[in-house]
Design a protein around this ligand. Structure first.
Ligand code: URA
Length: 245
């Protein structure tokens, strides 16, 4: 990638931060040292991965294992761990970024504004929420809705990996930049690479925009619908809109 593209991408990320800050009533973006390091692509953090071994035979066992987790600083302010929900043998798993405020209060993923839009997208695919599995990269709400930081993601990722290996879905849909960067590549560019099949541990993965982004830029809905159609094709689902014609 040339320097110009890199700069455009960086400005896009800063812009997103500014919009997020404005939405929660702040004038200036909150950028932690880690986020700044990340934006500057500076030295990587030396992450200690999860040390203990954990073997879980079911999602319930895994959820119990995670219960009371205090492996990272997100545990300090969270109200509930948002483990994820859906059938244990779901064919399709949506992986978002992190629980928001309403998710933190209810302990359920994607129940706020963005969640309502995700639910409608799922319905438009001819599915219902209880036919798919919905979870996040990190299981606890980052304070002030900030992006989860690199070390928080790395601490939580083994749980998502265990979740996915228990579910063994046919397809993963990575929702938004943070999800795609955590599951595909750290320098994944959602604006340029969404809609292109990737894979995570051998499972086909479709990266798409986050519904929170769609709430701000409804013109991006068309692109998301194209990505969902790709998923539907792969799952052998008919477009309900065609069925109505
Ligand atoms: N945004 C996410 O990425 N996940 C949720 O659960 C809610 C909002």
């Amino acid at each position: 990638m040339d320097a110009r593209d890199e700069l455009i991408d960086l400005l896009g990320q800063v812009k997103e931060q500014l919009i997020n800050s404005k939405e929660i009533g702040l004038d200036a973006p909150i950028l932690s040292t880690h986020s700044l390091q990340y934006l500057r692509k500076g030295p990587q953090l030396d992450i200690e991965p999860l040390k203990e071994n954990f073997y879980c035979n079911s999602l319930e066992e895994l959820e119990n294992f995670i219960n009371n987790c205090d492996r990272c600083r997100l545990s300090k302010e969270r109200k509930n761990i948002v483990f994820g929900e859906g059938p244990p043998n779901a064919r399709l798993v949506f992986v978002g970024e992190a629980p928001g405020m309403e998710e933190d209060l209810t302990g359920r993923p994607f129940v706020g504004q963005a969640g309502k839009l995700l639910t409608n997208i799922i319905k438009a695919m001819g599915l219902t929420r209880d036919e798919v599995y919905i979870c996040n990269i990190v299981k606890c709400h980052p304070p002030r809705n900030r992006d989860p930081e690199r070390d928080e993601i790395e601490m939580c990722l083994p749980f998502l990996e265990a979740q996915l290996s228990l579910i063994q879905p046919e397809i993963i849909c990575a929702i938004g930049r943070i999800s795609a960067q955590s599951l595909v590549r750290e320098d994944f560019k959602i604006t340029r690479e969404r809609g292109q099949w990737q894979s995570f541990r051998g499972i086909p993965l479709m990266p798409t925009y986050h519904p929170a982004y769609l709430l701000r830029y409804p013109q991006a809905k068309k692109a998301v619908w194209e990505d969902m159609q790709e998923i539907m094709k792969r799952l052998g689902l008919k477009d309900p809109r065609e069925l109505r014609d």
